[in-house]
Design a protein around this ligand. Structure first.
Ligand code: SF4
Length: 420
């Protein structure tokens, strides 16, 4: 084929051109392997002609290639982030953002945590509404197992409450009551999800695994957090379309309005559990969020990179007008707590931060900054603490460590917005 192409090159009939076209890939492949410098020189020599030909016959192609090169150049320039890095500057878009945030947007903890983690992630997920492709999974996905555990714990506690009239402090529940309630709840949830189980044996094992973890968690709760009285389960606010679907009867349809660093924002969400504790001035509330995955270190929480508990504390204050002494993440896998409270009223494991109210105020200042950042179109592709391995937008956000280093120091913190 190689020889035929060379021989045919002596005339320019259609037959010759076809033969040459057929041989070209092999020719280029062979040259690239055996004489790469030749290919390089040929490309350099051909470039002006190639560009000239493209400009004449497909100018739009050349235009798109140039735009791509320019965008790559801007993304990697050691200059403050601009429109090529996620900072919107189109007047129409900015006007749209200013009229959306915060007045016409109902925030959730996930929105604000996404923005804190990476403004571009928030932009892709919640403004462009880009959904990651769903891969078929043999095992329970992290989302599935989170849902499963939440649903089981909701069933256990709400059925006990229904049976007993109101739920007493955990220490007053017998081990039999808790374990029987758990077995019933797991069986009901397993049945509900049976159709989604791909491999029945694997599914059985996973359900048993989570049953055992939840049993250990509930019994440990009864022994160590005994004075606590779980009061509400899956307490929703601002979920008008989903009320009734595994929500506490005390839930409200309307979003809750809270103050975030000097500006009012509307909030929606569902708090996994709200505990009631005996406080000095009467009963006080505490928000509990169950976790089956990774939890940020308390220090990162106080830096404003995880504002979920702070938002829930504020929402509870508004909903019930009672003192709220803090919030806690309950890690169901490790069976440990991460607390953010006035003190450590439960005497449980975990470090309670000092200066609670100042820290709460600082976290709410961060929320205010994020909202201002959204309003001002700041969606930099600069994660605050590295890109999480699961981020589905990696293939389109053009993130690279090199680029982040060049831009990062010039960008300021996530969501740094003007104070005006
Ligand atoms: S990969 Fe990193 S930079 Fe890109 S969207 Fe995700 S967190 Fe942001």
């Amino acid at each position: 084929m190689f020889n035929a192409a060379l021989l045919a090159a002596f005339d320019d009939s259609p037959r010759t051109q076809a033969a040459f076209g057929a041989a070209a890939p092999a020719l280029v492949g062979w040259t690239a392997e055996h004489c790469p410098e030749l290919l390089c020189r040929a490309c350099q020599a051909a470039a002006p002609a190639l560009v000239g030909w493209t400009a004449e016959h497909c100018p739009e192609l050349l235009c798109r290639a140039c735009q791509g090169l320019f965008a790559a150049h801007r993304r990697n320039a050691a200059e403050p982030p601009d429109a090529f890095d996620g900072r919107l500057d189109d007047p129409g878009l900015l006007e749209g953002l200013a009229s959306t945030f915060p007045r016409n947007w109902v925030f959730s903890a996930s929105h604000l945590n996404s923005y804190a983690r990476c403004p571009w992630l928030f932009f892709a997920r919640y403004l462009l509404k880009l959904e990651p492709l769903i891969q078929p999974e043999v095992q329970m996905t992290p989302t599935d197992r989170g849902r499963f555990c939440h649903a089981v714990l909701y069933r256990v506690l709400s059925s006990l409450r229904q049976r007993l009239g109101s739920l007493p402090p955990l220490a007053e529940l017998s081990e039999e009551d808790l374990t029987a309630g758990l077995a019933e709840a797991v069986a009901a949830e397993k049945q509900r999800l049976a159709a989604a189980a791909v491999h029945s044996q694997l599914w059985e094992m996973q359900v048993q695994y989570w049953h055992d973890l939840l049993r250990a968690y509930l019994l440990d709760q009864r022994d160590t957090d005994g004075a606590v009285r779980p009061r509400y389960f899956e307490l929703g606010f601002g979920l008008s379309d989903r009320l009734g679907e595994r929500t506490d009867p005390a839930s409200v349809r309307e979003p809750v309005t809270i103050d975030a660093g000097g500006q009012e924002i509307r909030l929606r969400g569902k708090i996994d559990r709200v505990d009631e504790l005996a406080g000095q001035d009467g009963p006080a509330l505490m928000a509990v969020d169950y976790k089956t995955g990774y939890i940020l270190q308390p220090g990162r929480m106080l830096e404003g990179l995880d504002v979920q508990l702070a938002l829930y504390i504020k929402a509870l204050e508004v909903m019930f007008g009672k003192p709220v002494v803090g919030g806690a993440y309950h890690d169901l896998r490790e069976n440990c707590h991460r607390l953010f409270t006035v003190a450590d009223p439960l005497k449980t494991r975990g470090d309670a931060p000092k200066e609670y109210s100042q820290q709460l105020a600082l976290m709410m200042d961060c929320v205010g900054r994020y909202v201002r950042g959204m309003r001002e179109g700041r969606f930099d592709a600069l994660p605050s603490a590295g890109c999480p391995s699961w981020c589905p937008y990696r293939s389109i956000c053009h993130y690279s460590d090199h680029r982040a280093r060049r831009k990062g120091t010039l960008a300021g913190s996530a969501g740094e917005g003007s104070d005006g």
